[in-house]
Ligand binder design. Structure first.
Ligand SMILES: [Cu+2]
Length: 377
């Protein structure tokens, strides 16, 4: 799965990851095959109904190749109907050194900046704060539930190609400029948005015609180069096993396991507003739900879980009263208290025996102790 995001939402790390993967694919020799496929598909994937599904499959394969290099990468889209600048309006988010590089140089049109500076790209000398526009035309096409009307979006897409110019202005070599993928991700997003918007319309068809169109442009026609056909030329070696890829296989982008931030909930941008909503909503839900559960379940559970010997014993009023009634020393039960009566402590010296001074002293001490106890008893 991957989220195709508006390029203006990419982090610096995401920009770098994307351009790195594209550069690596080119170093691996896997990039130029795509340029060739596109060149061969002038009649197959352009100027007719198959324009949208053909490029969908084209992008999906390219994205697969990028993800084999870096699984975190998805193709960002360039919404060319609006300016893509930083909030202060001081920087372009497209034509910058850590992304697509700048416009072409005066005279030659050579692109000498950015991650693709060594590719020998050629572009117009456009204003990096400008943009192709065409949003009004696209909006009109999008509002119709009829595919034949919608697919006139191919026109504004062409205007964007021409605005970038250079390689991009020439359909035979347009994919040589990596901005091609960003422009076409936007075309693909528009198709997805249009389908989502009109899917509930009675009799809606995400693609037409079902039949009667030129070969390769009907719903269940297989499309070159993924059908093994050698017209206009064979696609070996990059597609070894002929496959039958038809427009019908491509009408649901979600089934192809990628998503758009403007269409799919999985991909919606997380912004501060959403966090604030969560913050406001959570305590409310807690009030509504959790206290009830706490009352009914949690205390009961904790009592049951407590070992028997640790469960608190109730102290009855009688027991506690008895403890308080013990006079004197509360730590000795009445029956165990020593007999401190006068008779028990009476000491009479033997008359036949000379008084032992120690015994006399002991008797004196005992008498004093007896008197002391009686006073406090
Ligand atoms: Cu194309």
């Amino acid at each position: 799965m991957g989220c195709r995001k508006n390029l203006s939402r990419l982090t610096i790390a995401e920009r770098v990851a994307f351009t790195n993967a594209v550069n690596q694919l080119r170093s691996n020799g896997g990039y130029d095959d795509y340029v060739e496929q596109h060149r061969g598909a002038m009649g197959h994937g352009h100027g007719g109904p198959a324009f949208f599904p053909w490029h969908r499959e084209f992008l999906r394969r390219f994205e697969d190749d990028l993800q084999a290099i870096d699984p975190s990468v998805s193709i960002p889209y360039w919404d060319w109907t609006q300016a893509n600048v930083n909030p202060a309006g001081t920087e372009s988010l497209v034509w910058r050194d850590d992304f697509m590089g700048g416009p072409g140089a005066a005279g030659t049109g050579a692109v000498t900046t950015g991650p693709f500076a060594s590719w020998g790209l050629v572009r117009n000398r456009f204003d990096v704060f400008g943009f192709p526009g065409t949003g009004g035309t696209i909006g009109t096409s999008m509002s119709s539930p009829d595919y034949t009307t919608f697919r006139s979006v191919e026109g504004p897409h062409g205007a964007a190609h021409v605005w970038v110019g250079g390689f991009m202005g020439n359909p035979l070599i347009a994919p040589r400029d990596p901005v091609f993928w960003l422009l076409h991700a936007n075309v693909d997003r528009l198709w997805s948005e249009w389908i989502t918007r009109h899917a509930a319309t009675a009799g809606f068809q995400p693609f037409l015609p079902l039949s009667g169109g030129p070969l390769g442009h009907n719903l269940t026609d297989s499309m070159w180069p993924w059908n093994g056909s050698t017209t206009p030329f064979g696609v070996l070696p990059w597609t070894v096993v002929p496959e039958s890829i038809r427009p019908a296989d491509l009408v649901d982008h979600r089934a192809l396991d990628y998503f758009y931030d403007t269409v799919d909930p999985e991909c919606r941008p997380v912004v501060k507003v959403r966090f604030k909503e969560l913050k406001d909503r959570l305590p409310k839900e807690l009030k509504e739900r959790l206290p009830k559960e706490l009352k009914e379940r949690l205390p009961k559970e904790s009592k049951e879980r407590l070992p028997k010997e640790l469960a608190p014993k109730e102290v009855g009023p009688k027991e506690s009263k008895e403890i308080r009634e013990i006079p004197g020393d509360p730590f000795i039960r009445p029956e165990l208290r020593p007999d401190l009566s006068g008779a028990a402590l009476q000491f009479e010296p033997d008359p036949g025996v000379a008084p032992n001074p120690d015994v006399a002293a002991l008797g004196q001490a005992l008498s004093m102790r007896r008197e002391d106890l009686h006073r406090h008893g």
